[in-house]
Structures are given as C-alpha cells and as structure tokens.
Ligand binder design. Structure first.
Ligand code: FAD
Length: 461
C-alpha cells in the first residue's frame, strides 16, 4: 500500500464511471520502485479497470536540448516495452501537458500523476487538475521523504535540514511491496501519438522536438533508461562504493555513482538506490546517503519553498548584500557569456571543466563548485555571473534543469552556506582557487584527460 503521506488530491472531483485509470507519468517514467505507478495499479485493481499510462513530451521545455530529449526518449522506448509486457499501453503525446492530458483522461475513472517540483511542472498539474472531470491524485515518488513532510519551510542550510529529515528515515526509508497490474488489452485511440515499440521511435521523437541550439551534440556517452540506470548502480556498489568517502572529490578517480542523469529523468528511484546502498552494510554508506538524500532533498526544499529559486533574487539577503558591497571591485579577468561557453578563458582547469560538461554531459561534482565560483569571480557582475552559470548548467548538463542545478549554482553564490572571511569580489561568500584543486588531486592530469576525451569525441563526429 502506498502511504497517505505521499498522496495528495489535486482537485475535488469524485471517482466516476470510466474505462480505465490513467497514470500520467511525467517526473518518474519508470516501473521499478514507483509509488505513483503502484497507486495507479492498486486503484485500478479495486475498480476492476485496466491502467493506461501516458507521457507528454514538451518540445519547448525551458533549456532542454537534443541530448536531453534523446536520453528521455531512450528511457521511454524501454518503458513502453516493459509496460507492454503487462499489457499496459504507454501513450506518448507532444505538446503542453495541460492541453493534452484532459483529452487522454476523457474516459478515465481516475487519474494519477507523479511529482516534480519545478515551477513548470507544478503549473502543469494545477492546470490539468482544474480541467479534469475525474480526480487527479498526485503521488510523491521522486524523493525519499515527501518535501512537505521533511520540512514545513525553506531551510537555511544542510545542517538545519539534516536534523529534520534524518528523524523521518525510519518511516520512509523502507521497501514497499510492488504489485503487478492485471493483464489488459485496452488502448486509447491513436491520434498523433508515437508508438515506443516502433523502430523509428527515437528519430520520430528527435524530429518532433525540432532543431535545438546548434552546435550542441545530442549524442552523449550516456544511455537512458531503467536498465542502464540499474547496471550503473550495480557497478558503483560493486566497484566504487568502498572508495566513495575517500575519493569523491578527485575527478581523476572515477568514484561517483553516475546516478544524477537517471534521477533527474526519474528513471531510477532515490529510495531504491538508498536501500541498495544500505543493504551492503558498508560503513561509508552514510556518506553517500548524505549526498543522495540530505543534499538532494534540500534542493527540492529550496525550489518548493522559494518562488525565486531560478534567479539571483532567490539568494539569501546576507549573500546579496555582501556581493552588492563588492560589485564595484576590480576583477582580474572579465569574460563574456560566449567566452565562458566556448571554454576560451585563461584558466586551463576551468576550461577543462567546461569541456567535460560540453563533451560528456556531466561535469565532475567537485569541479562544479570551482566552475561556478570562478564564473562569479570573472563575470561583469554577480547577477550576470549567476545568469551565465545557470544557463550553461541547464544547457549542457544532462542532469541540468533540476532542483540540484538551481541549488548548486545558488550555493556558489552563498545559498545554504555561511559567511566566510571577507575578500575582494566575493565579499563574505566562500572562495575557491586552483591551489585548492591541486591540493586535492592531480589537476594537470585532469586537464590532460579532458583534452584526450575532446580529441576522441572530435574523431567520432
Ligand atoms: C554549480 C553546481 C551545479 C550543479 N548542478 C547540478 C545539476 O544540474 N543536477 C544535479 O543533479 N546536480 C547538480 N549539482 C550537484 C552535484 O554536483 C551532482 O548531483 C553530482 O555531481 C552528480 O553526479 P553523481 O550522481 O555521479 O554524484 P554522486 O556523488 O554519486 O551522488 C549521488 C547523488 O547524490 C546527489 N548529490 C550529490 N552531490 C550533491 C550536491 N552537492 N547537491 C545535491 N545533491 C547532490 C545527486 O542526486 C547525485 O546523483 C551541482 C552542483 C554545483 C556545485
């Protein structure tokens, strides 16, 4: 049974006579460890109805590039097959979910959806809920502890949030019994939909989303989908978890889990990952869970409670004040957005980080901090630096456009952090420099590695 605390009714419509239960998958298009899917299956069983699943591809999702759509589509193709094995049809539509879902729910007794926290995702749900003539039930399955249960307000820092959320692990860090749906052959009339089983599915999706920003490759070395997510997780647990605590800040060590693109697209559940890591009984499991749950869910807390999460205005007052006090300070270097984007600045470490992101779609976590801090330092103004960092992060990171991206960029500008010793340009914001990198790892080797990678990817194209 899916717990009540994960569940919210988004409108007041009564369950009506219908032909199916609609699961509008949007933030969590997966089958494994998906509370929303389970809830749809349970309700359908009780109503003796089949489940129909659907996903709406929004071709205009802010900052989404071909690489993002390809990864998403690879996941949807696999999901279509998995659901098909249960006799459940995955219906794919293009457009604005607020326009497409009401039509798909026309004969539904009840509709279920999952839960992303970005403004656009919340607006979609509100608009859909207002139009449906059946209930729309939202089921939280993208975090371990539902955001409003974890805390009732915007948290100041990881320290304040940790105290609250860890006390709730007993209730939420628990496996649940997964049910399979009964066989069904019901399908919705096909309109302009796309069949995930078709050979040409990927090409159809890519042509449907249209030409995105030129020069950004849609082919990155990541395969989307649940199966790939679980294979990467298995390998991480087998080969790297025991090095994670000691080596996670070394970009040459290849120690990170690689889960962020899959978490971002909802192709793997954070609960699933956490339970798998805990089951190893490894003494350092807690270090990983601190990142996966405390840090990640602090980002959800930020975007949920702070309406300005995607702009400079979302920063804490003390950070804006100190940055404002130093806005007139002389900057040793100043770069335009284009120079940053092209990795054409004086600093080889920064350029390597930018190139790692451009060519692989995933910059190492430690380098992300340095990268963001240096954009702050070498931009025309802190506001301009914030805009540049967020735009590049969202455009090039496969896991970008995520609460973690908004919180990560904001962290470079003081969010969720404390005041440090005052210095030029940064004011009291935490500072980082390349000597810090060199103390932690072989930074020149990192530059060489990224150079090789760039050459290889050039050969491929
Ligand atoms: C400037 C900046 C931008 C960032 N942009 C993004 C982004 O767009 N999308 C994104 O998912 N993460 C972002 N992060 C957070 C973090 O760097 C990535 O989550 C991490 O590097 C992803 O790689 P991984 O899954 O292999 O990490 P692992 O170290 O293996 O961590 C496992 C999971 O824990 C969570 N996690 C790890 N570090 C953090 C962190 N610092 N904050 C919040 N959650 C964390 C992530 O969900 C991650 O997938 C950003 C951080 C900074 C400083």
């Amino acid at each position: 049974m899916v717990g009540q605390e994960r569940l919210q009714r988004l409108n007041r419509q009564p369950v009506r006579k219908g032909r199916y239960v609609l699961y509008w998958m949007q933030a969590s298009p997966r089958v494994q460890c998906n509370h929303a899917w389970q809830y749809a299956v349970e309700r359908a069983e009780r109503l003796s109805l089949p489940v129909v699943a659907c996903f709406v591809i929004s071709p205009d999702f802010p900052d989404a590039q071909g690489s993002h759509y390809r990864f998403l589509a690879e996941g949807l193709r696999e999901l279509g097959g998995t659901l098909g094995d249960y006799g459940v049809r995955l219906v794919i539509r293009y457009g604005d979910p607020a326009d497409r879902i009401p039509g798909l729910a026309a004969d539904a007794a009840l509709a279920v959806t999952d839960c992303g926290y970005l403004r656009i995702q919340r607006e979609w749900r509100e608009k859909v809920a207002a139009q449906l003539e059946c209930p729309l039930c939202q089921v939280e399955t993208n975090v371990v502890v539902p955001v409003e249960v974890a805390s009732e307000k915007e948290e100041w820092s990881a320290a304040t949030f940790r105290k609250k959320i860890t006390g709730k692990f007993d209730r939420f860090l628990v496996p649940f019994q997964e049910k399979k749906p009964g066989k069904s052959s019901l399908s919705i009339e096909s309109g302009d939909d796309t069949d995930p089983a078709a050979e040409s599915f990927l090409e159809r999706i890519m042509s449907g989303v249209g030409e995105k920003r030129p020069g950004i490759s849609s082919r990155l070395p990541w395969q989307g989908g649940e199966q790939a997510a679980h294979e990467i997780l298995d390998r991480f647990i087998r080969e790297r978890l025991d090095r994670y605590a000691a080596e996670r800040n070394d970009p040459n060590a290849h120690t990170l889990s690689g889960m962020s693109p899959y978490l971002h697209f909802g192709q793997i559940s954070p609960l699933d990952i956490a339970l798998r890591v805990l089951a190893t009984g490894h003494p350092d499991a807690g270090v990983y869970l601190e990142e996966l749950i405390v840090r990640r869910e602090l980002s959800m807390n930020y975007v949920f409670y702070n309406p300005w999460y995607d702009s400079y205005a979302g920063l804490p007052d003390w950070a804006k004040k100190t940055l404002g006090d130093h806005a007139g300070d002389i900057r040793e270097y100043r770069y335009t957005p284009e120079e940053f984007e092209e990795a054409a600045i004086h600093d080889p470490y920064w350029n390597a980080a930018q190139d790692e992101m451009r060519y692989t779609g995933k910059m190492h976590g430690y380098m992300r901090m340095y990268w963001g801090k240096k954009i702050l330092e070498w931009s025309e103004s802190p506001e301009e630096g914030f805009r540049i960092a967020l735009a590049l992060n969202n455009r090039y990171e496969l896991d970008g456009r995520d609460p973690n991206g908004f919180a990560g960029v904001a962290w470079c500008f003081g969010k969720h952090d404390r005041a440090w010793q005052e210095r030029p340009v940064f004011g009291k914001i935490r500072y980082m420099n390349d000597n810090g990198l060199k103390r932690k790892f072989d930074a020149d080797r990192y530059v060489d590695r990224i150079e090789e990678l760039k050459e290889k990817s050039g050969e491929k194209e």
